[in-house]
Design a binder for this molecule. Structure first.
Ligand code: HEM
Ligand code: HEM
Length: 187
């Protein structure tokens, strides 16, 4: 097992971070969409409880994104499969870059939203984060929209990115998905 990336393949750390963050973000989008659809009263305050968990898990996603970006910036970037047409190489890199943007923009917009609503964000029950912006109902409403549309953008990119990966695996039968599953080249 190779820990580090090489010029051709992702290493075990990059692969592990990729799948943990993918599951985490997918879970947070599903949770976000589910919890905002719940009625404000009833269900034994289920909505409020889920929002509290969502905020803490979202904060953890920000930590994970920071670790991932640090690893990405200090590692080799494996080449894309060489048979990919130029436009697909550009599109793939653009999607990857946008993912990094969303990995930060989503939790940051969530934090700003809570601050604008004057609702403190607890750091895993240890202490509350200081307010980032002054309380403002108008800004709170705007940030809810921003957070929601960033969530939709993430869903769209996951669809494109996962669809492309599966197409390469099952139709083109190249090494694209295999590179993100194992640090060793298939023989
Ligand atoms: C990568 C991390 C995150 C993802 C993917 C994510 C995703 C989402 C999504 C999809 C929604 C539903 C939006 C809607 O339909 O209105 C939502 C709602 C929400 N998120 Fe996040 N979120 C993240 C991080 C955070 C963080 C860090 C906070 C705050 C500290 C936060 C606070 C909230 C709140 C308060 C709502 C409910 C908004 C409302 O009342 O409509 N989120 N989130
Ligand atoms: C929230 C979900 C996801 C995010 C944020 C994400 C993000 C990324 C990013 C940023 C890269 C570039 C490498 C890196 O910097 O680590 C990448 C590569 C890759 N991802 Fe994802 N990904 C997600 C879900 C998925 C899914 C569901 C699949 C497969 C079904 C997948 C398959 C791949 C493959 C095969 C590569 C390697 C592409 C190559 O270099 O040839 N990803 N992903």
């Amino acid at each position: 097992m190779n820990i580090f990336n090489t010029a051709e393949r992702y290493g075990a750390v990059a692969i592990t971070l990729h799948w943990i963050v993918a599951l985490w973000l997918g879970g947070l989008v599903a949770m976000g969409l589910y919890m905002v659809g719940l009625p404000d009263v009833g269900f034994d305050k289920l909505k409020i409880t889920l929002i509290l968990y969502h905020k803490e898990l979202g904060l953890a996603a920000l930590v994970a994104a920071t670790i991932r970006l640090a690893w990405r910036m200090t590692s080799k970037l494996p080449a894309l499969v060489s048979t990919l047409p130029y436009w697909q190489k550009v599109a793939a890199r653009l999607v990857h870059l946008s993912f990094y943007g969303l990995m930060f923009a989503l939790p940051v917009s969530g934090l700003l939203m809570s601050s604008a609503a004057a609702i403190p964000v607890s750091v895993f029950g240890m202490f509350d984060l200081p307010d980032l912006v002054a309380p403002s109902e108008a800004m709170f409403r705007r940030l809810i929209d921003v957070h929601r549309w960033l969530g939709y953008a993430l869903l769209l990119l996951i669809g494109l990115h996962a669809g492309a990966a599966l197409m390469h695996h099952f139709v083109k039968r190249d090494d694209t998905l295999q590179k993100m599953l194992s640090s060793k080249a298939a023989r």
